[in-house]
Design a protein around this ligand. Structure first.
Ligand code: PBG
Length: 324
């Protein structure tokens, strides 16, 4: 009595490489960068060891280092010097993201794809992702759409190659598409945070981007982690509104969503391996509880296996070095 089929035959030596189903390439990666208008030199983010808030004066160099590692794209987040209730420092010609984009494009041109996060939370004094009615404490959907259009157009004018709306307002993709088209940016793609969950794993990001909120939480606009079908409804709408790439966020706790989105829509699909996912591995590795490199590779290959084409990850530079 011997087993007829022995799967272990293919697990040995280089045969293992031949039958590998999924690969991780530097071309899959997007490195997030935090550009802070209020600092003169880089400041490490305490909850994200190895990730820095950088001043405008260093953004071109940082982008160059990323491009030299072969990483095709960055996503830029801005920390402004000035915040008000309307987030009015988010769409000015010389505001932080616009300035950062211009500097990166001047340095690198087509060598690096520059994506910008389109949201209000970093720019509002209350920290919410939209316009607030202070009497009812409601985050107002439709007035926010006008601002998003302005932000997206200002980023495109500065030279952004792609915009990524992350505020989870209904109709955000259509509003941005129309604003871009009306201003001559019909060829700028929209990478939509379509299925963005109300996740505790964004905690370290909020420290990094100084975008914590002063009242309530984001559960009136971000999705309930208990829901899967609702993610597909979000994606259906964003595809109909003209999204070019769909983002699922976070990544590791939502691999089922990545799989369903990729399988059902066949859209270019990105997964955002968020700040808390980064911090968990860093903290465990710092304690000697996990092998950092192996944990990073296993996380990223699993996100690919689930169906992601693109991974936005704070580990992009590390992974690029590992893959060399
Ligand atoms: C802005 C935005 C957030 C993240 C990306 N864009 C924060 C949030 O929604 O609270 C989170 C990214 C991360 O945690 O790495 N709305």
């Amino acid at each position: 009595m011997f087993p007829d089929v022995r799967l272990r035959r293919l697990r040995k030596g280089k045969i293992r490489n031949l039958v590998r189903e999924t690969t991780l390439s530097v071309d899959d990666l997007v490195q997030p960068i935090f550009v802070n208008e209020t600092i003169d030199s880089a400041v490490e983010i305490p909850s994200m060891p190895g990730i820095y808030n950088i001043p405008l004066s260093e953004v071109a160099n940082e982008a160059k280092e990323i491009a030299e590692l072969g990483i095709p794209a960055v996503i830029i987040f801005g920390v402004p010097a000035f915040k008000d209730a309307e987030g009015s420092s988010s769409y000015g010609e010389t505001d932080v993201v616009q300035e950062a984009v211009r500097r990166v494009k001047a340095e690198l041109g087509d060598e690096l794809v520059v994506i910008t996060d389109v949201c209000m939370c970093e720019y509002t004094s209350h920290g919410h992702c939209g316009i607030v009615d202070f009497e009812t404490k409601e985050i107002l959907n439709d007035p926010t759409l006008d601002v998003l259009g302005k932000i997206a157009v200002s980023h495109a004018r500065a030279g952004a190659d792609m915009v990524a709306p992350s505020c989870m307002m209904d109709g955000m993709v259509e509003a941005i598409r129309q604003a871009l088209d009306m201003n001559g940016f019909e060829n700028i793609p929209i990478m939509s945070y379509a299925a963005k969950y109300h996740s505790c794993f964004y905690g370290p990001f909020r420290e990094a981007a100084e975008s914590g909120y002063s009242f309530g939480d984001r559960s009136t606009y971000q999705m309930d982690p208990a829901n899967g079908n609702e993610a597909l409804r979000e994606v259906t709408l964003d595809v109909a509104e003209g999204a070019d790439i769909i983002i699922v966020k976070p990544a590791l706790p939502y691999l089922d969503i990545i799989y369903r989105v990729k399988t059902d829509y066949g859209m270019p699909t990105a997964a955002y391996n968020v700040s808390g996912e980064y911090s968990m591995i860093k903290a465990a590795a710092a304690n000697g509880w996990l092998d950092e490199k192996k944990a990073v590779y296993e996380s990223l290959i699993s996100i690919k296996r689930a169906g992601a084409d693109i991974i936005i990850t704070y580990f992009a530079k590390d992974a690029a070095r590992m893959l060399k």
